[in-house]
Design a protein around this ligand. Structure first.
Ligand code: G3P
Length: 280
């Protein structure tokens, strides 16, 4: 499974790239707002265009998703072309993120305008990440319209189920992949958890012979990342804090403490001699 960084923070992109683990970057308007606010708090004036160019350069070898902001086909298509035309020349790595259904209300206009936009951009050869996916059917239509990536939001689907059961929870709390054992609302139209949503998206695309990659988004803890991989997600996008937590286990720390404590001077000297030789 590929690991994408879900962040618009330059420092995060730089660090993840330096670790050699960065397969891509995803941003959205909320992440850009956060990155801009954190720079402004440090007293910086943010020229967003220049900032995004730097971000694309830092992530030069991997795809970076930039999202449109409109809610109607014509504006989203125009925005997608503008973002791609302006930013893809920087490092040839821009993917345009388009919501699967940009309608702001359930009965509002525009249910199909996301897929129309996906088709229009894909027809122009622009890679599209179909976002805000909460059902396997949305993933199917997004992929059929031409998206190369579809992004189910696992954590937010878990939030939705917990909210309907009036459960208290913290954002990073683990939610069982097999669903809740108790509660009045145990599934969302046949989907029992965010991970189940990811798995059903993987299956429905495979069954339909569609090659779009499933990107598990809104992942909040390491176990969820593992489970996304095990249900076949091709990509997981993670906030920097979750990437860091993937490396932590108390027995790893305990083992390090023991190994460090047990280094005898003779063993330590080996490295000193090597150091001396390599410096010569
Ligand atoms: O990629 C989508 C992501 O940014 C949403 O994450 O944790 O706010 O639901 P979250």
């Amino acid at each position: 499974m590929k690991i994408f960084l879900d962040s618009a923070e330059l420092e995060h992109v730089e660090l993840a790239a330096s670790y050699g683990i960065l397969d891509g970057v995803t941003t959205n308007p909320s992440l850009i707002k956060k990155a801009v606010a954190s720079r402004q708090q440090r007293g910086e004036d943010v020229d967003l265009q220049a900032y995004l160019c730097r971000l694309l350069e830092k992530a030069a070898d991997v795809p970076v998703s930039l999202e449109v902001i409109g809610t109607r086909r014509q504006e989203m298509e125009k925005e997608g072309m503008l973002l791609f035309g302006r930013f893809n020349p920087v490092a040839d790595n821009v993917t345009i993120k388009v919501p699967v259904n940009p309608s702001l209300t359930e009965n509002g206009n525009g249910h199909y305008e996301g897929v129309e936009t996906i088709k229009a951009l894909a027809d122009r050869g622009i890679p599209v990440n179909c976002t805000l996916v909460f059902t396997p059917e949305q993933a199917l239509l997004g992929a059929k319209a031409g998206a190369s990536i579809v992004s189910p939001f696992a954590g937010r689907l878990d939030d939705y189920l917990r909210e309907q059961n009036q459960q208290d929870f913290a954002k990073e709390d683990y939610f069982p992949a097999d669903g809740l054992e108790q509660g009045n609302v145990r599934d969302d139209n046949g989907v029992v958890s965010g991970i189940d949503l990811v798995g059903q998206c993987v299956d429905i695309l495979a069954e339909s012979g569609l090659t779009a990659e499933v990107l598990a988004a809104s992942l909040r803890n390491p176990r969820q990342v593992r489970e996304a991989a095990l249900v076949g997600a091709q990509i997981a996008t993670l906030p920097f804090a979750v990437i860091s937590r993937l490396l932590v286990h108390p027995k790893t720390i305990e083992g390090m403490q023991g190994f460090t404590r047990d280094v005898v001077p003779e063993y330590a000297q080996l490295f000193e001699e090597k150091k001396v030789k390599s410096e010569e």
